[in-house]
Ligand binder design. Structure first.
Ligand code: GRF
Length: 215
């Protein structure tokens, strides 16, 4: 069973979806630590109520990004995580972490990358009057919201959608597609190697995962 670390900064609805899918056995993995850089993140309470160990590594307690990342690295090494899942973790990680754990760190981003890396993706979709929007799951590299793409989920944007409608629907997609990817990684069906991502032949993973959600 894979040892999973989940890094959060906020509400942790994705964390909850992962907790639920580990508990039901859908994901063959165990969350061994929930790490937050924000001591007030609600996700810490979600973890605690599921008896999952939590660790606060507050970036403001460190004098430099390097020192913060040293502490993070030390903890990740100590818990011996097989998979590091960024779920709304609002710090950019440098080479130090991303190179060392290359192929073991994944992120979910609320846009159809390479469109709209960074923040405020939903606002950009509305102001540009885009017809579609979605989420991307990717292996993490030291460049923001980049790194090899594993999966994308897409929804249509309706002309009367407001930002809350969009946020809700994006969350619904995230809670489906992120556990799906984590399950496949835990089953060794998605692997990052020197030639890129290898999707092991299986009816679910013939290649890059694309899902269209009709809601
Ligand atoms: C998600 O929308 C995710 O795509 C982004 O941060 C948000 C985290 O939401 N990276 P939550 O804390 O999981 O509810």
């Amino acid at each position: 069973m894979k040892r999973i670390a989940v890094l959060i900064s906020g509400s942790g609805t994705n964390l909850q979806a992962i907790i639920d899918r580990c508990r039901s056995g859908y994901i063959d993995g165990k969350i061994v630590s929930v790490i937050s850089n924000n001591p007030n993140a609600f996700g810490l309470e979600r973890a605690a109520s599921s008896n999952i160990e939590t660790k606060i590594i507050n970036h403001s307690d460190y004098q430099s990004r390097d020192a913060f990342e040293d502490a993070l690295y030390e903890h990740l090494a100590e818990i011996d995580a097989d998979l590091i899942v960024l779920a709304g973790f609002m710090r950019i990680l440098s080479h130090k972490i991303t190179d060392y754990f290359m192929g073991k760190i994944i992120n979910i981003h609320p846009s159809l990358l390479p469109k709209y890396p960074g923040l405020e993706t939903h606002k950009k979709v509305i102001s540009n009057k885009d017809n579609s929007h979605g989420v991307s799951v990717h292996f993490v590299s030291s460049e923001l919201d980049s790194g090899p793409l594993i999966a994308q989920g897409e929804i249509k944007i309706h002309h009367n959608d407001n930002i809350d409608d969009i946020i809700n629907r994006i969350h619904r997609i995230e809670h489906l597609i992120y556990p799906e990817v984590i399950k496949l990684i835990c089953n060794n069906q998605i692997i990052l190697n020197d030639n890129g991502i290898e999707f092991k032949e299986n009816e679910n993973t013939k290649g890059f995962i694309y899902r269209y959600y009709d809601f």
